[in-house]
Design a protein. Structure first.
Lengths: 435, 260
């Protein structure tokens, strides 16, 4: 084992993280055989969404916030729509609610398949990318592309196109699909469900470091369903609040090394959002087929090993395919594609479960329908402090590895979170807004 | 014969346009066989040094560091193609160009001195020579495949510059503006999306930027006179993802200052 001074005092620097969405880097300092510093750097330039949303019509907001992230535009549309409807005192139920859930399932399938196979699996199997991996694992990569395509096609069917869907509006949709249009994708979703079950088995066969942390998991929790669009904000340490109370319990700190803010739960510190959190808080709400797949993969009802998040993501793929099929099966088109929403002078809060975790929005709008203030807290912002915490604890396990290998392990630990740095960059404290 | 080297670089953007390449599920592995993917950080750790035969650039220039970086990218690239509204027009983040960016930063970040940013978000073509601009927010996959194919074969891409209206006619969509009185930017917006919005009963909102020689004044007049749109509504309609493209910028400025 190399234990020279140079091996004990070294800097691991990844100037540009690959296979993440957006631009970020990692800097780790080791000193005297211990970890001296860990910095996840966010250098994606700020885009100021919350600032330029001011003065826009509340009806334009879902089209604009979609542009925060090309990978999870539906999440942004859904959180902003729910916030706007809350502000205007409107609740959308029935088939329109079901269609929103169906659209979200499409995004989960597309995003999870992308992350599991194309972004994360190459770390476990020792490849630079899925294209390199395809040389030896052609079947796995083909499955990934097939799954991803079903997800994208479902988003296109309900939303109009896969990136930045056009069919979503405050109050519902511009046009709703017929039963027949939805049934046309059923067979492919059944095949996707089979592929998802194979994906759980595939991910369970990977090698995982023996590593767990005592996270506080935070996710939406709903009495009847695995959460996508609705629920209360709950944690594994007893938090249980309505979405509108989010800012009473969570705050963001601006740190100099990132163009992003670190979220903490007041009085508790760092917390964890995303598949592991949803799973821990909503295991009972998963359909049987997903629970059985999880058990067969060796997962209990809670998983605290962040490297195993790839398995939990696969379990959520099973859920998303199963749920999409259920929604299509029970779909009856609504009489009108949307409900009328009239603006009023009010504040609205919305939260939904983006593929990467809880996504919170808050808007104040006027009776003229124009946005006065906006606040958006994306999942990667909330996980940033936890990612750094994982590295502090994980590096001692691997710090004697050769530098190349150590670097790869650290990158893998970051990719456990499927970090979306494009999303994480634009947060702001709108509380300080001066008109 | 060595395969041509393809590189993808990202500036301020949402990642959606480069994701379009990964979304070419049926063509991805075929493309990967025809070119050497030499730099595609979203998909691969492996980075091959330049020069590159074809470089795709996503995103706009918003920091002095990026203004430097795009110069380096240009030097390493034989052919440079910009993809998407951010790279070709400054993107939605160019809305800052109409406001005071210092106010934006202090309004927005608790500790604004940590943030370094330029006053404007600008398209790549304001900084370096660009060989071809592919429009869209996001770009169309079919057009992306056409661009890749054409450069592999050494010809110009065949990308139409006519308005969305022609796509509506071709797919047989009834005009939402004349039939339903729905405001639509289709007559002044470049085709390429396939006229999706009108087929979903909504007006075009301009993702692909201005068509060739757009008559924004005539469209604005129709919105005002026939559809009862207000000046602030017109300003906002032209100020979205392609707000900083010259024809849309001039139109929104004109309506903001009541000069028309």
């Amino acid at each position: 084992m190399p234990t020279s001074t140079s091996a004990r005092n070294r800097v691991v620097s990844v100037p540009a993280l690959a296979r993440v969405e957006g631009e970020g880097g990692l800097e780790i300092r080791l000193r005297g055989g211990g970890v001296a510093d860990v910095k996840l750097r966010i250098y994606e330039p700020p885009r100021f969404f919350e600032a330029f949303l001011r003065g826009r019509s509340f009806r334009e907001v879902p089209d604009i916030t979609a542009r925060i992230c090309g990978i999870c535009p539906v999440a942004y549309q859904m959180s902003s729509i729910h916030a706007m409807e809350a502000a205007c005192g409107v609740t959308v139920g029935g088939p329109l609610r079901a269609l929103r859930r169906l659209l979200y399932c499409g995004e989960w399938i597309e995003s999870h398949a992308l992350h599991i196979y194309l972004l994360h699996a190459p770390d476990f199997l020792g490849y630079e990318s899925a294209v390199h991996m395809a040389a030896d694992h052609a079947e796995a990569v083909q499955k990934a592309l097939e799954l991803k395509k079903v997800g994208n096609d479902l988003v296109t069917l309900v939303g109009g196109r896969e990136i930045h869907p056009v069919n979503v509006r405050v109050g519902g949709f511009y046009r709703v699909p017929t039963r027949r249009e939805l049934l046309a994708i059923s067979d492919r979703l059944k095949r996707a469900l089979d592929l998802s079950l194979e994906t759980v088995a595939f991910t369970a066969s990977l090698q995982f470091p023996d590593f767990e942390r005592g996270y506080e998991f935070v996710a939406l929790k709903h009495p009847e369903e695995y959460p996508l669009n609705e629920g209360r904000v709950a944690s594994t340490r007893g938090l249980d609040i309505p979405v509108s109370a989010y800012e009473d319990h969570f705050i963001e700190e601006h740190v100099p090394h990132a163009n992003a803010l670190h979220s903490v739960r007041k009085g508790h510190g760092a917390y964890h959002v995303g598949p592991l959190a949803r799973y821990a808080l909503n295991y009972e709400r998963l359909p049987k087929v997903a629970q059985e797949a999880a058990r067969a993969a060796g997962l209990g009802p809670v998983c605290r090993n962040p490297f195993r998040s790839i398995v939990v993501r696969a379990v959520e793929l099973v859920f998303a395919c199963h749920e999409a099929l259920r929604l299509i099966d029970t779909y009856e088109p609504p009489e009108r594609p949307f409900v009328e929403v009239e603006p009023r002078d009010a504040v609205g809060h919305g939260a939904s479960e983006a593929p990467r975790g809880l996504l919170y929005h808050r808007y104040a709008i006027g009776a003229d329908g124009l946005v006065r203030t906006a606040r958006i807290v994306p999942p990667t912002a909330q996980n940033q402090k936890t990612i750094e915490g994982d590295l502090w604890d994980f590096i001692p396990q691997v710090m004697d590895l050769p530098k190349e290998e150590l670097t790869l392990r650290c990158e893998q630990a970051v990719r456990n979170y499927d970090p979306c740095i494009s999303c994480a960059t634009h947060f702001l404290k709108v509380d300080l807004v001066r008109e | 014969m060595a395969r041509p080297k393809l590189a993808i670089f990202k500036f301020a953007s949402c990642d959606g346009c480069q994701l379009s390449l990964l979304d070419c599920e049926e063509e991805l592995l075929a493309v990967a066989g025809l070119v050497e993917i030499a730099n595609f950080l979203e998909a691969s750790r492996a980075v091959v040094k330049g020069p590159y035969d074809l470089t795709l650039v996503e995103g706009s220039i918003t920091t002095s560091h990026d203004a430097e970086r795009i110069q380096q990218v240009r030097k390493q690239s034989r052919v440079l193609v910009t993809i998407g509204a951010c790279a070709t027009a400054g993107g939605i983040q160019a809305l800052r160009n109409f406001k005071d960016v210092r106010e934006f930063t202090s309004a927005v970040y608790a500790t604004p001195e940590y943030i370094s940013t330029l006053d404007a978000s600008t398209p790549i073509s304001q900084h370096v020579r660009v060989d071809f601009e592919l429009r869209g927010c996001p770009i169309s996959k079919a057009q992306l495949v056409e661009v890749l194919g054409s450069f592999l074969h050494g010809r110009r891409p065949s990308i139409p510059t006519y308005p969305v209206c022609l796509e509506c006619k071709r797919r047989g969509t009834v005009c939402v503006m004349t039939a339903h009185g729905t405001p639509c930017l289709g007559p002044v917006t470049q085709a390429g999306c396939g006229a999706i919005c009108p087929s979903y009963q909504r007006g075009c909102y301009g993702c692909f930027g201005p068509a060739e020689a757009p008559n924004t004044a005539s469209l604005g007049n129709a919105w005002e006179k026939s559809l009862g749109a207000s000046r602030p509504e017109l300003v906002r309609a032209f100020r979205s993802f392609n707000a900083y493209s010259a024809p849309f910028r001039m139109a929104s400025d004109a309506y903001e200052h009541e000069r028309t």
